[in-house]
Design a protein around this ligand. Sequence first.
Ligand code: SF4
Ligand code: SF4
Length: 194
Amino acid sequence: MKGIAKQMQSLTNRNKQVDRSPMTFLERTYLWNIAKGMMITLRHLFKKKATIQYPEQKREFSRVWRGLHVLNRDEEGRERCTACGLCAVACPAEAITMEAAEREIGEENLYREEKYAAKYEINMLRCIFCGLCEEACPKDAIYLSETVTPADYARKKFIYSKEDLLIPNPVTESEAYAKAKGLQPNENRLVGKL
Ligand code: SF4
Ligand code: SF4
């Protein structure tokens, strides 16, 4: 057996000889090792902190960051979505479902096109926030905002309905609309350009 053990070689050459000589008195007190540990701790006290006090402090998002979806309205407050289904087709996670309906006479102030989404749902548990739905939309009806999707314990809370996603009406709820868009109150005039 001894002969076999002598022939065995390390595969990595990273093995180290263990020093088994008895510890000195100073080594047995561990003072030097404790001092070394404290020096590392002290060094980190004066370094720039990697953490922040969330939620009081928030980091700036990257310019390409994508958050919760918003269903957009036009400058007259009408829903832009025409339930064409292109966003659902483009979605790689199959997270979007919708039901189309015909606009009735007298509903021209509610829906921009003759067809609209009577039901529109996004399953946020499936969504990977790729933004392809936004790119596919020919009506500028959906975009990914800078709002973080809130955490929850119940899976069903992550199915966002049209009511959850629709932006407030810029005509009747101008303040809520500006807040949703991240605008200052006097910036409402930009509505048509956004
Ligand atoms: S962001 Fe991507 S994954 Fe999420 S709903 Fe849109 S297309 Fe689907
Ligand atoms: S959000 Fe855009 S792409 Fe999706 S159904 Fe509505 S109009 Fe079509």
